[in-house]
Design a protein around this ligand. Structure first.
Ligand SMILES: Cc1cc2nc3c(=O)[nH]c(=O)nc-3n(C[C@H](O)[C@H](O)[C@H](O)COP(=O)(O)OP(=O)(O)OC[C@H]3O[C@@H](n4cnc5c(N)ncnc54)[C@H](O)[C@@H]3O)c2cc1C
Length: 384
């Protein structure tokens, strides 16, 4: 079992996590990334208890390593009143695992520091060919032969069509602006993760990142804005003028250069299979490449980490057969992925409805339903 070779395409959360898992199992890993550097963005994100459990299984403590701040309560508000609120503790009730807000760049750093000696990183490598006969991945001038190719190349994965041609990326019809405010300028420290649903299908959320500052995210209908950061900033000010405190304070505390704009898309339908055997080995999809979900429930990174931990479990279970391990991986992952993807899409559709529809649904949905759904999203445990 010595010197087994794997190629991981993409060094996002999913690629880094799977490289860690494979390296721990003794595989020699070539990690191919098109960007020049392995670096996460200056953003904040929610990592649910399920994702925190997956991180721990990789040897990363979200709180210590990734500047994670435990979330006390999740709150959903209409702009005029609280709609739903539940203690985050109930999500990790079984084992007390917290959900956390993490600083994305620090999460990346924590993962990169765990890569280990078996992983060779090849930055500035844009994979544009996967050989499905003699399994290998490569770019215009190089080729990496492998027993296992892990495609963790993100939501626009050029690899996904090889396995699941009927699962395209769908435009969600909204765009998200995210801000990260340094600690000394953060207007409000809160242990809650709050999202406010307002008029015209706009939403604004915020949370705390401890010494890394505070973060906010603003979702508005439409496509990516072509204007300069300064003009985008002015538009955000206009769109969220008159919103309740502390929305204006967060925006005022942010500089245009601290804004990031992201298109919002998801994979639909979810691929019916996530892998393809090739000879004695195989190709497998992980993370957004497999199942980019609508980000409204903040599940994508957690799912990516769970994928990697489950791949490690499957390869440990049947070390003698990669195809058998990949089949176990599919069986272990698909039901959960589909459940999360369906719920994320449904909630996204509700949130994208007209003002009246969203508002009355927010009023009508009982707290207990929201809590049960949230608990079922975060109940994942690493397989044994
Ligand atoms: C607005 C927004 C808010 C979000 N908020 C949250 C949140 O709060 N919580 C949460 O859990 N998730 C959140 N997500 C989702 C989360 O960011 C993603 O699910 C997660 O980052 C997916 O990781 P990944 O590694 O699968 O893909 P990516 O992070 O996209 O990584 C893919 C990597 O592959 C590389 N790559 C691509 N093609 C090639 C190629 N051909 N050759 C070599 N390298 C290649 C890319 O450069 C990249 O580094 C949010 C997403 C959005 C859009």
């Amino acid at each position: 079992m010595q010197n087994r070779r794997a190629v991981v395409v993409g060094a996002g959360v999913a690629g880094l996590a799977s490289a860690i898992v494979l390296s721990k199992l003794g595989w020699r890993v070539a990690l191919l990334e098109r960007r020049e550097r392995l670096k996460g963005e200056d953003l904040g994100m929610v990592l649910w208890a399920s994702g925190v459990r997956a991180l721990r299984a990789l040897g990363v403590d979200a709180q210590l390593d990734a500047s994670g701040t435990p979330v006390d309560r999740f709150e959903i508000r209409n702009e005029d009143r609280l709609s739903s609120s539940f203690a985050a503790a109930m999500l990790g009730a079984d084992d007390g695992t917290p959900s956390v807000m993490v600083h994305t760049a620090m999460l990346y750093e924590a993962l990169v520091s765990r890569l280990g000696d078996n992983v060779q990183v090849h930055p500035a490598t844009q994979v544009d060919r996967i050989d499905m006969v003699d399994l290998a991945a490569g770019d215009a001038s190089r080729r990496w032969d492998a027993e296992l190719v892990v495609a963790a190349d993100g939501i626009d994965s050029p690899t996904r069509p090889l396995i699941a041609p009927g699962s395209p990326t769908v435009d969600a019809g909204v765009v998200c602006f995210r801000g990260l405010v340094p600690a000394h300028r953060a207007p409000e420290r809160t242990t809650d993760a709050v999202e406010i649903y307002g008029p015209d299908r706009r939403r604004f959320g915020y949370g705390d990142l401890g010494h890394a500052g505070a973060c906010w995210w603003a979702t508005v209908p439409g496509g990516m804005r072509p204007e300069s950061p300064q003009i985008q900033y002015e538009l955000i000010n206009r769109w969220f003028a008159d919103w309740p405190d502390p929305v204006g304070k967060f925006i005022a505390a942010t500089r245009p250069s601290e804004l990031t704009q992201q298109s919002v898309r998801y994979v639909w339908p979810i691929p019916p299979v996530l892998h393809q055997p090739v000879g004695q080995g195989g190709l497998v999809l992980l993370g957004d490449a497999a199942h980019g979900v609508a980000p409204i429930l903040a599940q994508g990174a957690s799912l990516a980490l769970e994928d990697a931990v489950t791949l490690g479990w499957a390869l440990r279970r049947t070390p003698e057969s990669v195809p058998a391990a990949l089949a176990s991986y599919d069986r272990a992952r698909l039901a959960r992925i589909k459940r999360v993807a369906r719920l994320s899409r449904r909630v996204h559709t509700i949130a994208s409805g007209g003002r009246g529809m969203t508002k009355s649904l927010l009023r009508a949905v009982p707290d207990s339903w929201v809590q049960n759904q949230a608990a079922s999203l975060s109940d994942w445990q690493p397989p044994r």
